[in-house]
Structure formats: C-alpha cells, structure tokens
Design a protein around this ligand. Structure first.
Ligand SMILES: Nc1ncnc2c1ncn2[C@@H]1O[C@H](COP(=O)(O)OP(=O)(O)OP(=O)(O)O)[C@@H](O)[C@H]1O
Ligand SMILES: [Mg+2]
Length: 328
C-alpha cells in the first residue's frame, strides 16, 4: 500500500518552476528520502503534501486523501518537522507537546500519556519540565520529532531534520527516526543534503532543479555508478604497480604516497593483491561508490556546491504558511 502518491506534480512561482512534473510513490512504513541541493524543490514538494501550498498542476495524495480537495483529512494523517524550528522556547518541553496535543484534538484523557510516551521515545522525559530555551540544538530537534508524533500521524514529514547539528546529535536523532516505521507504524518522508543520512532510507529520489533525475534504493542507485576504488600503500609503489599491471591487468594510478586502483569488485580483488605483494603491503583501503558519486555522475556537480539562494522574502512567506497551518 502506498502512503504517498504524487503524479506529475508541478509548482511554479512566476517564471520559476520550483517543482517540475514530479511523480513518485512512498510505501507504507518505509523511510523515503528526497535528496537534492539548495533550491531543488524539496521544501516546495513537502509544503504541497502538507497542504500548505497548492500545486500549479498534477496530483498529490496522502493515505488516499487528496492534498488539494481534502486538506483537513491530510492534516490529521500527518506530522511535520519544518526546516526551521517552530518550538515555543519560553515553554517547557512538556508544555510544547501538550499544546500540540490540544491543537490536534487528542482526547483529553489520553493527552498526558501520549505526551509522556513521545518524550520517552526521544529520550527527553527526564528533561520534560525544562524550558526549551535551555535545550541544545540537538535536543530541540529531538523534541520537534516527539511533538510531530504526539497525535500519532501515519506519515511524518521531516524537512532537513539534522541541518546544522553536530555529528553526534545527528546520529542520535537518526536513531529515533530509524525506529519510527517499526515501532510507531509511521511512514517517514524526509529531505536532506547529507549523503550519509540518505543511506538509511529504504528508497531515495534525487531531485535537481525541480525534476526527479533518479529513484531507487541506495544500493540500486550506487550500482549505477559501478566500480570500487582500492587505495593501496606499499614499501615500493612503483614495483607494486608493475606487478599488479602484469599479473592482474589492473590500472593503478600513482599518487604521492599511495596508489588508487579502480576495480569492479574490491572485496574479491584485495586478497589477490595481498597474495601477490605479500609483506610489501603497508595499508589497503576499499572505497565503495557513495550517493555523492551518483549525484556527480547524473549532474556533473557535487550536491553541496551550490550556494543558498533563498531570499528573506521567501522565508517570511514560509513562516506565514506555517502560522496559517497552526491555526488549522
Ligand atoms: N514562495 C516562493 N516564492 C517564490 N519562489 C519560491 C517560493 N518558494 C520556493 N521558491 C523557489 O523555488 C525553488 C525551490 O525552492 P525549495 O525551497 O523548494 O528548495 P529546497 O530543495 O527545499 O532547497 P533547500 O535545500 O535550500 O531547502 C527555489 O528556486 C526557490 O527560490
Ligand atoms: Mg528546503
């Protein structure tokens, strides 16, 4: 069963086509990643799915509810963590979640349990009575995830959930996100431009300039790049290069102190290399293709090269949408 269906979705802002005939489906209880550089159209797509923006054309539905015709039903079925924080910093963690539970009509008798359960889920139960302004960036992000699941949504949208967090906070937030499908029955739709994060997704769509340019599991996508790289350091790199060329038909490329060897399948070749070179080997390292290599192959550029190109005006517009959403 598909939790999200998007077909030929297009959104233009004047002459800018932010989302250009995008189509995809997200399976229930999976993690779907929307991967792309700044300005690719990720937030715009999320805003349409969350009923904050109307598409110019095309269709989008969440759990069978049409995002344009049945916005109220869509909103009950979803939770959102926006790109920018929307917590009330002068309230406690508990109060932020309780306020949300009231807004979402969580049954009065269930509110306390649901809020406490969500706080436990992200490991913030012990800090529930602290003001959010005393929280670190990572704790705030975790609290936003907790808030987004208080009303037990079927689909959770996370727009750049880990942007600006240190690696440790990112890893800890990821631990919670990964458990959502199995433990909470939540389908996750997330955007990121951190390639390592996209690796945990079941499926990924790579979006660039409003268009989906590739879709598949991380493994499938990386297979399209083809080939590993073996990095090798030996006591005599020139001699080693010669042996590998003659005996295995490899084409090692010498760099300063090591060589790199493009190969089809590193793990089967490394034992061969070691057998041939024996004790001359100082170090050997295998690098598999990354999602960045996939992006590079498809677009000729790195995913993080582009500069932030949004205007203050745009940010203000998004804030206005949010306020509208909060009011229901
Ligand atoms: N309300 C708006 N008015 C005008 N242009 C907009 C508006 N919202 C988005 N855009 C433009 O649409 C394009 C896609 O923007 P979007 O925010 O969807 O990108 P994104 O993939 O989320 O980028 P980022 O990684 O920087 O968050 C950009 O060129 C942006 O400037
Ligand atoms: Mg965005």
């Amino acid at each position: 069963m598909s939790a999200i269906r998007v077909s030929e979705l297009t959104k233009s802002f004047g002459s800018i086509v932010a989302v250009n005939r995008v189509s995809f489906e997200v399976q229930e209880n999976s993690i779907f990643g929307f991967l792309g550089p700044n300005g690719a159209g990720k937030t715009t797509t999320i805003n349409i799915l969350c009923t904050l923006l109307k598409p110019t054309s095309g269709e989008a539905s969440v759990y069978g509810f049409d995002c344009v015709k049945e916005p109220a039903k869509v909103r009950q079925a979803i939770g959102i963590v926006f790109q920018d924080s929307t917590l009330d910093k002068d309230l406690t963690a508990y109060e932020n979640l309780l306020y949300h539970a009231i807004l979402y009509n969580v049954d009065r008798k269930l509110r306390k349990t649901r809020v406490e359960e969500a706080l436990r889920f992200v490991g913030l139960y012990d800090r529930r009575n602290d003001l959010v302004k005393r929280f670190s960036g990572g704790m705030r992000r975790r609290l936003e995830v907790a808030r987004a699941v208080v009303h037990q949504p079927k689909v959770l949208f996370l727009d750049e959930p880990t942007l600006g967090l240190d690696p440790q906070s990112r890893a800890s937030l990821w631990d919670f996100i990964k458990r959502l499908p199995s433990e909470k029955g939540v389908t996750v739709f997330m955007t990121t431009h951190y390639m390592e994060e996209a690796e945990v997704c079941d499926r990924i769509a790579i979006i660039d300039k409003g268009r989906i340019i590739a879709e598949g599991s991380p493994e499938e996508l990386k297979k399209t790049v083809g080939g590993d790289i073996v990095y090798l350091k030996t006591r005599d790199n020139f001699a080693a290069k010669d042996i590998l060329e003659r005996a295995l038909g490899l084409k090692p490329v010498l760099r300063e102190k090591e060589m790199f060897i493009p190969v089809k399948k590193g793990e089967t070749l490394i034992p061969e290399i070691i057998r041939l070179l024996g004790e001359s080997v100082i170090s050997v390292r295998l690098q598999k293709p990354t999602l960045n290599d996939v992006f590079l192959k498809l677009t000729g550029k790195h995913i993080r090269d582009e500069e932030w190109d949004s205007t203050d005006e745009f940010r203000e517009a998004i804030r206005a949408y949010r306020r509208r959403f909060d009011r229901g």
